[in-house]
Design a protein around this ligand. Structure first.
Ligand code: NAD
Ligand code: UFG
Length: 373
């Protein structure tokens, strides 16, 4: 059992990962500002894990439980200091951080670059500083396949060695955090730095491809704010009747059916990938892992439409529109390094993704509900 800090743990990927980590016997402190999530997600995680959700201030008035939720911002240095110090005072020092908290909407990042750099980079840097000050030097970081920009066809499936060419402020901010983490890993490779700081860093930079789907219970899932930007939640909302039709962005891409191809990864596979990355770091010497988390399988927009029609037994009307600016034709992972280093690979298919995503959408037509945020 390890005492973990999960930033952004109320969000889509964070909530599913919290469940997997609770089931693995870890004790979790979640820090979230609810800017894009609801505490209801964590109440449901607690229910699925057979525990209760304890709410606390950053000063932790009582010893943390299996799942403790603290409302706060990763940019708030005082909040971070209080959290690390209080956990230590209760004899449960934070041993590792899984860092999900951040902003992730590509289009919004183009409109609001300062906000994106502030939350994603400044927030990460404050968190890393608090960790360093408290001798907590193990981090699993949410990076993204967006770093690969527009992969050229000969690079697909994309290995971790492919050129890094972020094409928007969101991707640039993820790239900057990756660079900061690489500097920390390098500095902890030097003997004098290890002596000065009291130990080296254990870091995993996980580059997710397209996380979708939901826990098979239908109790937790993705709950985007407003009109979804991403294909999968848009399709489930068309299937349930919340939106009249899907707009397919381009049928003239150089792909088998002309629509964009992506590597969709079931969020439970992704959550299990985090568990394996964490366990790998905790049992090894200081190191840095940089891994693609994807299935290695490509699916086109029309493949996803068909799979969701089969899962929901409903027609999904769509119309073809021009290409969306900034899109790539194909993005598919080469996931062999993660298989080799973590003994992890995806277990769930596109059919499973659509079945579970549809179960979530049907049981929760309005997500976690109005007024929950
Ligand atoms: P999400 O928005 O559902 O979760 C992010 C969580 O962080 C939310 O609960 C939000 O309230 C919280 N948060 C945001 N700013 C915060 C702050 N300043 N302080 C504290 N909490 C804050 O997103 P997600 O899909 O679960 O993504 C998790 C991480 O994975 C993000 O860093 C994202 O960039 C990365 N990622 C996501 C995808 C994807 O397609 N979903 C792909 C690649 C990488
Ligand atoms: N698409 C449509 N109609 C829609 C939405 C999307 O046809 O309404 C198409 C896109 O053109 C693309 C495919 O569906 O071909 C997937 O698009 P998404 O928006 O779901 O996903 P992206 O691959 O564009 O990007 C997502 C996240 C990024 C992240 C990337 C890799 O939005 O932040 O996956 O993880 F970096």
């Amino acid at each position: 059992m390890a005492q973990l800090l999960i930033t952004g743990g109320a969000g889509f990927i964070g909530s599913h990962t919290c469940l997997v980590l609770l089931e693995a016997g870890h004790q979790l402190l979640v820090l979230d500002d609810f800017s894009n999530s609801s505490a209801v997600a964590l109440e449901r995680v607690a229910e699925l894990a057979g525990t209760r959700l304890q709410r606390a201030q950053p000063t932790l008035e009582a010893a943390p439980d299996a799942l403790t939720l603290v409302e706060g911002d990763i940019r708030d240095a005082q909040c971070l200091e209080a959290l690390f110090a209080s956990a230590k005072a209760f004899g449960l020092p934070i041993q590792a951080v899984i860092h999900f908290a951040g902003l992730k909407a590509v289009g919004e990042s183009v409109q609001q670059p300062l906000r994106y750099w502030d939350v994603n980079l400044v927030g990460s840097q404050r968190l890393l500083r608090a960790m360093d000050q408290h001798n907590c030097r193990t981090m699993v970081f949410s990076s993204s396949a967006t770093l690969y920009g527009y992969p050229s066809p000969e690079q697909v499936p994309i290995p971790e060695t492919a050129p890094i060419k972020p094409i928007n402020p969101y991707g640039a901010s993820k790239h900057a955090v990756e660079a900061l983490l690489a500097d920390l890993a390098r500095c902890s490779g030097a003997a004098e730095a290890i002596q000065a700081s009291g130990g080296g860093w254990r870091i995993a930079r996980l580059r997710y491809f397209n996380p979708v789907g939901a826990h098979p219970s239908g109790r937790i899932g993705e709950d985007p704010n407003g009109i979804p930007n991403n294909l999968f939640p848009f399709i489930t909302q068309v299937a349930i009747g919340r939106r009249p039709e899907l707009t397919v962005f381009g049928d003239d891409w150089p792909t088998p059916d002309g629509t964009g191809v992506r590597d969709y990864i079931h969020v439970m596979d992704l959550a299990e990938g985090h568990r394996e990355a964490l366990h790998s770091l905790l049992r090894a010497d200081p190191q840095m892992l940089t891994l693609n988390l994807g299935s290695g399988q490509g699916a086109s927009v029309l493949d996803v439409v068909k799979a969701m029609e089969a899962a929901s037994q409903r027609a999904i009307p769509y119309r073809i529109a021009p290409r969306r600016p900034g899109d790539a034709a194909i993005s598919v992972a080469n996931p062999s390094l993660a298989a080799q280093q973590l003994q992890w690979q995806t277990q769930r298919s596109l059919t499973d993704i659509c079945r579970d995503g549809w179960a979530w959408q049907q049981a929760n037509p309005n997500g976690y509900g109005d007024g929950c945020r």
